[in-house]
Design a binder for this molecule. Structure first.
Ligand SMILES: [Zn+2]
Length: 498
């Protein structure tokens, strides 16, 4: 597909994988065509603009919660990565290594392209944090990171070798403060991803064998794809003292004693979220973007047949545009394309609202407003058109998008292995089961490419991660593991994952 015309989606969403690949490329989200670069993508203007908006939403929430932006190096000396043993071992299979430097000479100390920031950010923490007055220390970095994925696992935006994310890291006085930080991360994630992007997710405490390498515990956000699989789009970890000890992240307390910081980290997968926006909200005609992140929120298409009609339609279009100038709004006045062609193009790109202005509308001093989500059409008198009416429409659209996505998020329960397979093969995203937590049962599920996602968090008004695990353990009492039939220890959720 080197120089093909990138017009029109030619396959329906029910053929998810092919549809998705077409949407990503043809709607200008990401481009995988660079030679010898599997897993590395270019992001054309449309996709980059959406990415920036997603980043801005997270960044403004983080800043609101008193996190500060920082920048740290992309390449980490292996000597630093190896300081936390579990961390180094966990990431070893996934790191790209830089071994040569100036003049093609071997580097004395090879560097890795950072798979995550802990090992390169925390040495700076040790320089930048002095006393208890510097705590909590809360920072974030918006940047690409790199993981060497198996080539057959690569899937546009959802599983890539280079990905974009925001990683937020904190240093705290106590473990309680770290737990509170993890909960604050969850409110940030919910506000951006559910309330603004209309993407539903479930929150889990990952099982011990699947937690972040070096963490005390890991909480993760899983979202549903139309083909029945799920994707992890964010994580937040309580790191305990596991990194502050090897990296000497310490502070002097009120009694002038040196103490280790309790730490947390929080990853928001922004390029994955770009993929999820396409996968969850898109339809047979292309993207459907939530208004908050659409690069163009309103497109005005003037419709005319004669010169004087053109002039009148454009005049009205301009006055509408200046009325609504607080939004990202564009008048598509290109002469060489028909209105129908323009409609298709902006629908494919997912612009949330289209305003049509034809000769009849000029006459009646009104516009036709069409929303991309469901093509609902209304006639609105110019006098009723204001920033407020549009804001209300954007809210309505976002709520409708979320309701639809939530409806398509399929969950079920099972109490036998056959039951699990039946549900998962029928396209159920997440299945709740009693589980014994044995590696044998984990492996048996893995053979069917099913993974344990963990215990659901805060489902019944629990106040802490610990309390959620307690609830799950109580509920498992007297139940049998759905895989092996032995006594269950916890109620967990399982799924197929990208
Ligand atoms: Zn079992």
């Amino acid at each position: 597909m080197a120089k093909d015309k990138l017009q029109g989606i030619t396959v329906g969403k029910k053929n998810f994988s092919e549809w998705y690949e077409q949407v990503v490329l043809k709607c200008g989200l990401a481009d995988k065509r660079l030679e010898n670069s599997r897993g590395f993508y270019g992001y054309p203007p449309w996709g980059s603009k959406i990415l920036r908006e997603v980043e801005r939403l997270f960044e403004s929430e983080l800043i609101e919660k008193e996190h500060s932006p920082i920048r740290t190096p992309t390449a980490i000396p292996v000597t630093l990565l190896e300081k936390e043993k579990e961390h180094a071992t966990g990431f070893a299979p996934e790191v790209f290594m830089i071994t040569k430097g100036h003049g093609g000479k071997d580097l004395e100390i090879p560097k890795v392209l950072r798979p995550t920031g802990e090992a390169v950010m925390y040495p700076y923490f040790s320089y930048w944090i002095q006393t208890y007055k510097d705590l909590p220390f809360k920072v974030f970095e918006t940047r690409p990171s790199f993981r060497a994925e198996r080539t057959n696992a690569i899937f546009p935006l959802l599983r890539t070798a280079e990905f974009f994310w925001i990683e937020s890291h904190t240093a705290q006085v106590s473990n309680d403060d770290a737990d509170k930080q993890v909960k604050e991360d969850m409110t940030i994630f919910k506000k951006v991803v559910e309330d603004n992007l209309a993407i539903p997710f479930m929150l889990f405490k990952r099982p011990e064998w699947d937690k972040f390498a070096g963490a005390e515990y890991t909480c993760a956000y899983d979202s549903p794809l139309p083909d029945g699989r799920i994707s992890q789009i964010g994580t937040t970890h309580n790191l305990g003292l596991n990194f502050s000890k090897p990296f000497d992240v310490t502070y002097v307390d009120k009694n002038n004693k040196k103490q280790f910081c309790h730490q947390t980290s929080f990853g928001m997968g922004v390029s994955k979220i770009l993929g999820m926006l396409a996968a969850i909200h898109g339809d047979d005609n292309g993207l459907v973007l939530p208004p908050k992140v659409a690069p163009i929120q309103i497109v005005i298409v003037p419709i005319y047949y004669k010169d004087d009609e053109k002039e009148a339609a454009l005049r009205l279009a301009n006055s509408v545009k200046s009325k609504l100038k607080k939004f990202r709004i564009k008048i598509d006045s290109r002469d060489n394309y028909s209105p129908g062609w323009k409609f298709n193009e902006w629908e494919m790109k997912g612009v949330p609202i289209r305003i049509e202005i034809g000769p009849k509308d000029v006459e009646k001093n009104q516009v036709v407003l069409v929303r991309r989500f469901d093509r609902n059409k209304e006639f609105i008198p110019i006098s009723d058109l204001s920033s407020k009416t549009i804001e209300k429409k954007f809210e309505e659209i976002t709520e409708l998008m979320f309701a639809k996505a939530e409806e398509n998020f399929k969950r079920a329960k099972a109490d036998s292995f056959e039951g699990i397979l039946k549900e998962i093969n029928a396209g159920i995203h997440l299945v709740e089961i009693p589980f014994c937590n044995s590696q044998k049962c984990v492996e048996k599920l893995k053979e069917e490419t099913i993974k344990v996602r963990g215990v659901q968090l805060f489902a019944n008004g629990e106040k802490s991660v610990e309390e959620s695990v307690e609830t799950s353990r109580k509920a498992a009492k007297g139940k049998k593991c759905a895989v092996c039939g032995k006594p269950a220890k916890e109620i967990v959720w399982v799924a197929r994952q990208y």
